[in-house]
Design a protein around this ligand. Structure first.
Ligand code: GLV
Ligand code: MN
Ligand code: MN
Length: 399
């Protein structure tokens, strides 16, 4: 019988975490560094401490549990994900990966296995981008942080860092020496319908999509909604609406492998009886390769009369072949079916891929639903994922 994680211990952690920041419809609201998120992070360290593991918090606020190798100079195998959520998100996104990582450490410790690496279960700060996006993992990888014009706005970021006791000027101190990293491995829910549709238990992720986001501002002229004739208006809201439709049509008709989303739209002054003078559009688009992203970007903005401000840019990222082999091998050893697939969601693994061997495994998402309180993965699939994480980590630690 292969070594297994303790499914009951993992379940009890999962349920306790899901109660922190719970929303009325059974999802969670743990936007990065809000009160519920900070509480979840304290709880995570308490659980690690209760298990007799060492704990650490770095300059970017990343929270870790550590199982040290005997050799003080041994490199580190990172296992992790994130405890923050999107506003009104689900219970599995990020949370499963962090808890499974913690469970792997406890399992290895209980089995008194002596590994030639330090195992670290890490909860990265602000994966979801309510503040910056991939903030903690970018800091660990020593990648540049977009702090001047962050996705959530400058004021929100400053307030959140203060609430968490983090210093903006020191965030980059979280950078790790790449020579001290063995690999990074992350378990996550798929967040799409492919594994479930194929009836496959484990996804071995080959690459993570690239994404670019922009603030697009249309300027019109605020005017009286009752007295301004229709042909005498400069309606910023109408211009924005036409742009939203244009984005959708271009992607559907010309870029079948890409996706584009307007996830927020705000009109100013924003009243029933005022023609909008300004419209702010939050645009994001994703594709698997740089060339498609470049062409799509040029096409979306072609002839558009608006102020366009870049906000974030995540490069398309292939994941490491050794890590993929370790995941597939672990699934085989456990008798689980697997297939390769790409990720349309962003993940901390894409930041780590810049500095170490980085890989991910997915478990099926019921109906492909995610970023929604209805997000669900069967408990058996969660346990399977955690066991594959364990055995893939063991294989990587010995290589
Ligand atoms: C994170 O979940 C993202 O892909 O936006
Ligand atoms: Mn996630
Ligand atoms: Mn997410």
């Amino acid at each position: 019988m292969k070594m297994q994680i303790d499914a009951q211990r993992l379940r009890s952690d999962f349920d306790a975490l899901a109660a922190i920041g719970v929303t009325p419809d059974g999802g969670v609201d743990r936007s990065a560094l809000n009160d519920a998120h900070l509480e979840a992070r304290r709880w995570f360290l308490e659980r690690a401490d209760a298990a007799g593991l060492e704990t650490a918090v770095d300059a970017a606020g990343n929270h870790s549990a550590l199982l040290r190798a005997h050799d003080a100079n041994a490199p580190t195998l990172l296992l992790g994900s994130h405890l923050d959520s999107v506003p009104n998100g689900g219970r599995y996104d990020g949370a499963l990966g962090v808890l499974a990582a913690l469970e792997v450490l406890r399992t290895v410790r209980d089995a008194e296995l002596e590994l030639p690496v330090t195992l670290e279960a890490i909860d990265f700060t602000d994966e979801e981008g309510t503040l910056v996006g991939l903030l903690g993992s970018y800091a660990v990888a020593g990648l540049p942080l977009e702090l001047a014009n962050p996705r959530g706005g400058r004021d929100v970021l400053v307030e959140a860092l203060a609430r968490a006791g983090l210093e903006e000027s020191r965030l980059t101190d979280a950078r790790r020496d790449p020579s001290q990293l063995v690999a990074y491995l992350e378990l996550h829910i798929e967040q799409g319908p492919r594994l479930e549709g194929a009836g496959v238990q484990i996804g071995v992720v080959t690459a993570i999509v690239g994404a670019r986001s922009f603030r697009v501002t249309f300027a019109g002229r605020a005017a009286h909604a009752g007295t301004t004739p229709m042909d005498a208006r400069a309606d910023a809201g109408l211009a924005a609406a036409r742009f939203v439709d244009r984005v959708n049509r271009i992607v559907v008709e010309e870029f079948p492998d890409a996706v584009a989303t307007v996830g927020a739209l705000e009109l100013e002054p924003g009243a029933f009886n005022v023609v909008a003078g300004l419209a702010h559009v939050s645009l994001e688009f994703r594709a698997q390769d740089e060339e498609t992203l470049d062409r799509l970007q040029a096409r979306l903005f072609e002839g558009v009369d608006a102020q366009v401000e870049p906000v974030a840019r995540w490069e398309p990222t292939p994941l490491d072949p050794d890590v993929r082999t370790a995941i597939a091998g672990a699934a085989d050893e456990l008798g689980l079916s697997w297939r390769e697939l790409t990720s349309g969601a962003g993940h901390d693994a894409q930041a780590l891929a810049n500095v170490t061997r980085s890989g991910m495994l997915f478990v099926p998402s019921q109906n492909g639903v995610s970023h929604n309180p209805a997000e669900h993965t069967s408990w058996d699939d969660c346990v399977n994922g955690a066991n594959v994480l364990l055995h893939a980590a063991l294989a990587l630690s010995r290589r």
